[in-house]
Design a protein around this ligand. Structure first.
Ligand code: 5RP
Length: 225
């Protein structure tokens, strides 16, 4: 089964975790988009009243265009379940996110959610995190100083740029630096170190946050933590 069909079938399977009246977090990326589309169809078919919060401007725009009721994260007191994609995940269900630039809002929403579900295709599965470059969101002021620091830490940083070679801006108008963590053995220690550096807003290591991964395919695979 091709990658897009796998993403679609994982997204469809995730709709089974949603019920009438829930507050649902909507992730960002191509797989999360399939979920938003599948959810909007279910809401219409079942005549549900759902409240959703989104993890990016793109997801909000898509959800609203499909008639989904979206509110600000600050207008809810909890989130029942968030369904999102991931760039890479390991057997402990730790993951790297932020390939789609939305890691900061995605992490805030995940931390406020009672349950986090990642919907994936088979290419996202990994024995050890680090095949995918780790996105790190940093404020523009002093970003070159921070870049130098990350180089000295042997993390081979690269500013994320668009096809006009302009630095990519997040929804919060920050930059993304992608770093190579393929040689790092202790990801929890790295996560703490990155959090301690002034100028780093957030990193894309999502550790101990995901409860269930749904891998799409002819046979849906579900892994619980
Ligand atoms: C966005 C993300 C996405 O969830 C991640 O990049 C996966 O994207 P896709 O579903 O398109 O493969 O973290 O910041």
């Amino acid at each position: 089964m091709n990658i897009n069909l796998q993403k679609k079938s994982a997204a469809q399977a995730a709709v089974n975790y949603i019920d009438e009246g829930m507050i649902v977090g909507l992730g960002t990326g191509s797989t999360a988009n399939y979920f938003i589309e599948a959810l909007s169809k279910k809401i219409k078919a079942a005549n549900w009243h759902l409240t959703c919060v989104t993890t990016s401007t793109k997801s909000r725009q898509l959800a609203e265009s499909l008639g989904i009721h979206v509110v600000s994260i600050d207008d809810v007191n909890h989130i029942d379940v968030t369904v999102d994609g991931v760039d890479e995940f390991d057997p402990q269900l730790n993951g790297i996110k932020g390939g789609g630039v939305a890691l900061l809002f995605e992490k805030i929403v995940a931390l406020s959610s009672n349950k986090n579900i990642w919907i994936v295709d088979t290419s996202k599965k990994s024995d050890k995190l680090g095949s995918f470059l780790l996105p790190v969101e940093i404020i523009p002021f002093g970003s070159v100083q921070l870049f130098t620091k990350l180089s000295q830490m042997n993390l081979k940083p690269q500013f994320r740029v668009d096809n006009q070679n302009q630095k990519v801006l997040t929804d919060s108008k920050n930059y993304i630096i992608d770093v190579d963590i393929s040689h790092v053995s202790d990801i929890h220690k790295l996560a703490d170190t990155l959090k301690s550096l002034t100028g780093i807003v957030e990193h894309g290591l999502f550790l101990d946050l995901c409860h269930t991964v749904i891998i799409g395919g002819e046979h849906i695979e579900k892994i619980d933590r």
